[in-house]
Design a protein around this ligand. Structure first.
Ligand code: PLP
Length: 415
């Protein structure tokens, strides 16, 4: 039967006859309807940090649903799990007295952070500070602001002028950020958004010193520094909010994905005192913004149980240990003649890039990814020439070996 499900980021003309239906999952493995197993080399969409099948999360959600299934947190309404989760995230966030605003995902968190940044300046008496800077190659989701500041041009093309006051700067050169701020005028720039490691752009780690330098430039010019840690948080980069390894203390941090390991949809923004005080200390200064499910109790229960697992099993630290081994595995895949570049080594994610000669047309890279999948490994195609992996943080040495072997075999068989 032909599917009626419209898949995101998919050419439906190609996938409508043969969707790849995932049936169940356990640990780092997912199974199709025929019972064939695949290593979840991407942890879903960079989110399943604790791995699949954690009954602890299931039980926590079921228990919460029996007690208080759902309720909102608008105005003075609140609930226990949302309060506890906010307190826990505030204690973990690398900022003074962080306040936590919840959303239903990464894109909503980007919209929240962008609106908060602009309103912060308006309330501070500088309403002209509306311009938002981002990096080329960046991905910030598909909501309004995220589309407007997207550094992957294909994700903006054809939608018309989504956000006029947005400028993209060089991915690697901090001086390009400084030059852009000077050109536009610091008095017109609200914020700079950056993923610590660019994910959807193709798994690009920052050049040494880059993040520290842009944080300094933001501090010098007053521009708010927004770390988009939607992928980087909750262990993927070896710490809680994806910025601590560089000693960064952003003004705002967007998060999602790993906060629940994707078991239920949750995102949010950690807001530093610098920004929050403007809203929290003056009566009458509401933030007129908020998705219906902000602070959803059952979703918060999933996040709390997920944090328990991440803490108890010390998965952020484990991710730091495994990142080197993953990189070595990808370097071994990189010995194949068709591979021209291996990226990774900063966080539990990485990519192999195939040579242009191996990719005579756009469909070849997808054929290679399918071949890798037929050899038992799920990978993502990004940038039109790269295969990207970001396995659950629980992956073992043997499973990493399987990842290396199936990736190599899949590339070999397809080319
Ligand atoms: N920001 C980054 C860095 C992301 O990687 C993503 C999604 O992959 C988003 C934002 C958007 O998150 P969501 O898809 O939950 O809206």
């Amino acid at each position: 039967m032909e599917t009626k499900l419209w898949h995101p980021f998919a050419n439906m003309a190609e996938v409508k006859e043969h969707p790849f239906v995932v049936d169940r999952a356990e640990g780092v493995w997912v199974y199709d309807r025929d019972g064939k197993r695949y290593l979840d080399g991407t942890a879903g969409l960079w989110y399943c940090n604790v791995g699949h099948g954690r009954s602890e999360i299931v039980e926590a959600v079921a228990g919460q649903m029996r007690k208080l299934d759902t309720y909102f947190t608008f105005h003075d309404y609140s609930n226990e799990p949302a309060e506890r989760l906010a307190a826990r995230l505030s204690a973990l966030a690398p900022m003074d007295d962080a306040k936590i605003f919840f959303t239903s995902g990464g894109g909503e968190s980007i919209d929240t952070a962008a609106k908060l940044a602009r309103l912060y300046w308006a309330r501070r008496g500088e309403p002209e500070r509306v311009h938002i800077l981002s990096r080329r190659g960046s991905y910030h989701g598909t909501n309004g602001f995220g589309t407007g500041i997207a550094g992957i041009e294909a994700n903006r093309d054809g939608f018309g002028p989504v956000l006029a006051d947005a400028t993209r700067v060089d991915r690697d050169d901090p001086e390009d950020l400084r030059a852009a701020i000077e050109r536009i005028g610091a008095g017109k720039v609200a914020a700079f958004f950056a993923e610590p490691v660019q994910g959807a752009g193709g798994a690009w780690a920052p050049r040494p010193g880059y993040l520290e330098a842009v944080a300094d430039i933001c501090a010098e010019t007053g521009v708010l520094f927004v770390a988009d840690s939607v992928i980087g948080g909750f262990g993927r980069l070896g710490d809680w909010f994806g910025v601590e390894r560089w000693g960064l203390r952003p003004d705002l941090i967007t998060f999602a994905k790993g906060v629940t390991s994707g078991y239920l949809p949750l995102g949010g923004v950690a807001v530093s005192a610098r920004v929050a005080d403007v809203f929290w200390q003056a009566p009458g200064h509401a933030f007129p913004h908020g998705p219906t499910y902000s602070g959803h109790p059952s979703v918060a229960a999933a996040a709390l149980a997920n944090l328990d697992i991440l803490e108890r099993e010390e998965l952020p630290a484990r991710s730091r240990q495994m990142e080197k081994l993953l990189h070595e595995a990808l370097l071994a895949v990189g010995e194949h003649a068709a591979v021209t570049e291996v990226r990774g080594g900063t966080g539990l994610l990485g990519a192999v890039r195939l040579a242009p000669e191996a990719l005579p047309d756009k469909s070849v890279i997808h054929r290679v990814a399918r071949s890798v999948r037929e050899h038992g490994l799920i990978v993502r195609v990004l940038g039109g020439d790269s295969l990207v992996v970001s396995p659950p943080l629980t992956i073992t040495d043997e499973e990493l070996d399987f990842l290396r072997a199936s990736m190599t075999a899949g590339i070999e068989a397809a080319l």
